[in-house]
Design a protein around this ligand. Structure first.
Ligand SMILES: CC(=O)N[C@H]1[C@@H](OP(=O)(O)OP(=O)(O)OC[C@H]2O[C@@H](n3ccc(=O)[nH]c3=O)[C@H](O)[C@@H]2O)O[C@H](CO)[C@@H](O)[C@@H]1O[C@H](C)C(=O)N[C@@H](C)C(=O)N[C@@H](CCC(=O)O)C(=O)O
Ligand code: ATP
Length: 447
């Protein structure tokens, strides 16, 4: 198929239709009346949908269609959004307006666009009846991302004997290896972006970051209804709610759909519109990145399979030769955040090198510390927690002489207020969370 359209010049982004049959969801979009862009999500060994769950399933399928549209909408950001099925009820339109505005905030900032006032999902459709409980089985889907966070969530749930399944979207062998290592039952859902999107990208469409956690969340919500799970336990830490930067009065957060605002919006929408007994939440919400890395440092069986380096997860193009590229902000941050909690030789054996002894990486670590730069557009912790980790290392003889720790002691530390650099407060949980009561005992894993 050849897409003969410049999406930047289009007037309308259309949610054309969505359907589901035999384990495959089809999500169809178009710009103006141009060719259809079809994304497919494949659910393996999909059981028949019980009649009592059909309405709930249809609701989530529609929401998935609306959420996954963000990958295509961003290619053109035309002035109008049309939902061919008719206008949405106000609460659904509100959720989508928020998701597209904040989830695309980094995309807009980096492309010099201002999406405020531009994203208006059609509203005014009939109010939906309140969803009832479906009697979903007490089982938890635990999404696996290949990195440390989801593995900590897995082990916390295992520590209380929770009935859990490791689930992932896409065909990353690295994620599959992590899922296998958990020893849990596994579920791998495939997602195929419309090939036309890559053509549009090649011919000059707008491109940039999208809130991919929202897409994965909608896919897993559909899986929960389809296979019968009453809970979806993401591993999004507290630090994910902190903005990357502020620009023209707007917060820009690379991780917006990992943050608490989105968790509340989607979690409440699912309980109201889909099933009163479906819980969507993050098990790691009370914890900072440093509290999570401290917990992960004890999980040695995962050290030779996990990677937080996002370069492994590209759909197109080459993957890094090593699990850790060593060049990106995720590699830098995870190295720094694990260092206070792991024996140095162990850490170096995970990464295959000492990133803190490489002067060429100074700009990368400076950005993490928010020193002369803003936090990188990546899934990294807050600047203040990176500074706390660096201070902890600067007080340890085995790290003090490494190039970037020595530079921190010499150049950066004198400009900081030492009282604000303690590590201990970062290890304390905060109260903000939406974890269901039956899984709350899993938090003891972090003590
Ligand atoms: C792996 C990665 O980081 N990809 C980002 C990168 O994409 P790139 O062009 O280098 O290659 P591909 O990943 O192969 O993607 C090709 C194009 O496909 C489009 N696309 C891809 C996935 C998708 O869900 N929707 C899409 O539209 C896009 O046009 C790609 O160019 O750069 C892109 C542009 O900035 C990013 O959009 C790619 O990010 C992926 C969506 C992705 O999965 N990224 C996660 C690793 C990620 O950023 N996770 C965040 C979660 C934050 C959140 O709020 O959800 C995090 O870890 O902080
Ligand atoms: N392909 C995927 N399929 C399902 N869930 C995913 C996928 N990628 C990421 N996630 C989930 O999204 C959330 C955020 O991802 P994130 O990358 O922060 O976590 P992680 O990979 O577990 O840890 P790390 O921060 O070390 O990369 C986690 O709950 C993770 O499991």
């Amino acid at each position: 198929m050849t897409i003969n359209i410049n999406p930047r010049l289009t007037q309308v982004f259309r949610f054309v239709r969505c359907s589901y049959a035999d384990g495959v969801a089809e999500l169809v979009y178009a710009f103006d009346h141009g060719e259809e862009l079809i994304e497919r999500v494949r659910f393996p060994h999909a059981p028949a949908i019980p009649a009592s769950h059909q309405a709930a399933f249809d609701q989530v399928l529609k929401l998935l269609h609306l959420i996954a549209g963000v990958s295509y909408y961003k290619a053109g950001v035309p002035p109008r959004i049309e939902v061919v099925d008719g206008p949405l009820d106000d609460s659904t339109a509100g959720l989508l307006d928020e998701l597209y505005l904040h989830g695309l905030a980094e995309f807009a900032y980096r492309n010099g666009l201002d999406l405020r006032g531009r994203i208006n999902f059609p509203r005014g459709g009939a109010k939906q009846p309140e969803a009832k409980a479906l009697g979903l089985p007490h089982r938890t889907l635990v999404p696996i991302g290949g990195g440390k966070d989801s593995l900590v969530a897995v082990e916390a749930i295992k520590s209380i004997g929770g009935d859990a399944t490791a689930v992932w979207v896409g065909n990353s062998p690295l994620i599959a290896a992590c899922a296998e290592r958990t020893g849990l039952p596994m579920l791998n859902i495939q997602r195929e972006l419309a090939p036309g999107l890559f053509e549009l990208n090649r011919s000059g469409a707008w491109n940039g970051h999208i809130p991919v956690t929202a897409v994965n969340s909608a896919i897993l919500s559909l899986a929960a209804i389809l296979y019968g799970f009453d809970s979806i336990a993401f591993a999004n830490e507290r630090s994910a709610s902190a903005a990357t930067l502020e620009y023209d009065g707007q917060q820009v957060n690379h991780q917006w759909s990992k943050g608490y605002a989105f968790e509340q919006l989607l979690g409440e929408w699912l309980q109201r519109h889909v099933a009163a007994d479906l819980a969507y939440f993050s098990l790691l919400r009370p914890f900072s990145e440093l509290a999570v890395t401290r917990a992960f440092a004890k999980l040695t069986p995962y050290f030779d399979v996990f990677s937080s380096c996002n370069r492994n997860f590209k759909i197109l193009g080459p993957k890094p030769a090593d699990r850790w590229c060593g060049q990106c902000p995720k590699c830098h941050f995870v190295f720094l955040a694990l260092a206070p909690f792991l024996a140095k030789p162990r850490l170096l054996s995970i990464f295959g090198r000492n990133l803190l002894d490489d002067e060429n990486l100074a700009p990368g670590f400076d950005a993490l510390l928010e020193y002369q730069d803003h936090k990188p557009f990546e899934c990294v912790g807050e600047g203040a927690e990176a500074r706390a980790a660096m201070l902890a290392l600067s007080q340890r003889s085995e790290w003090q002489e490494d190039a970037l720790v020595a530079r921190f002691i010499r150049e950066i530390l004198p400009q900081l207020d030492a009282k604000e650099l303690a590590l201990e407060p970062w290890l304390q949980p905060s109260a903000e969370q939406r974890i269901p009561g039956r899984l709350l005992p899993a938090l003891a894993f972090f003590e």
